[in-house]
Write a protein that binds this ligand. Structure first.
Ligand code: ADP
Length: 162
């Protein structure tokens, strides 16, 4: 039996923290689906196509990782793909409240779906796509926080980033 999990998120853009989660997730699951949320009311810097492209380019060729998009309820997507595990990362305590709420709500909506949490790697526990965008937008250095493809894309968006 192969174990599969869906790793959902905005990935706006993909960071080294996300890549670490994927890498470590593959120590637990045979196959991962990285699912980029198409969320109409969440303003993203990158389009869905750009976000998918950055993830694909950063992951390289990996037969055990698929990259996909979803819109609407995550649990509907889980049912459609017939996957029962959601993979999520926990950074600082501030992630906990939101993640608990989401996990319990998803369980209420779909009791067959389990949320699996992994602690952020210690080098990435302070890293979020939001803070990367904030720093890059003000010309700060984000090298080492995001993969090269995302670094290049941020430089193109903000020009001033060194
Ligand atoms: P962000 O919070 O960086 O904008 P997403 O909304 O794309 O990222 O998050 C997708 C998932 O990845 C969430 O479960 C989030 O907790 C997790 N995640 C994001 N950044 C990290 C990180 N640096 N380390 C571990 N998990 C992370």
């Amino acid at each position: 039996m192969t174990t599969r999990a869906v790793y959902p998120g905005s990935f706006d853009p993909v960071t080294n923290g996300h890549l670490d989660m994927i890498e470590r997730g593959l120590n637990v699951f045979d196959h991962l689906i990285v699912a980029v949320a198409v969320n109409a009311d969440k303003r993203c810097l990158f389009t869905v196509e750009e976000r998918l492209d950055l993830i694909r380019r950063s992951l390289g060729d990996r037969p055990n990782v698929a990259v996909d998009t979803f819109s609407g309820l995550l649990i509907e997507y889980m049912r459609k793909r017939q996957v029962r595990v959601v993979l999520r990362g926990l950074r600082a305590i501030s992630d906990f409240e939101y993640e608990l709420q989401m996990a319990l709500m998803n369980r209420r909506l779909a009791p067959e779906v389990e949320t699996f949490f992994m602690m952020a790697g210690e080098s990435y526990s302070y890293l979020s796509a939001r803070i990367v965008k904030e720093i890059a937008s003000m010309g700060g250095e984000v090298q080492g926080l995001v993969p090269p493809a995302a670094l290049e894309a941020l430089r193109r968006k903000f020009g001033g980033t060194r």
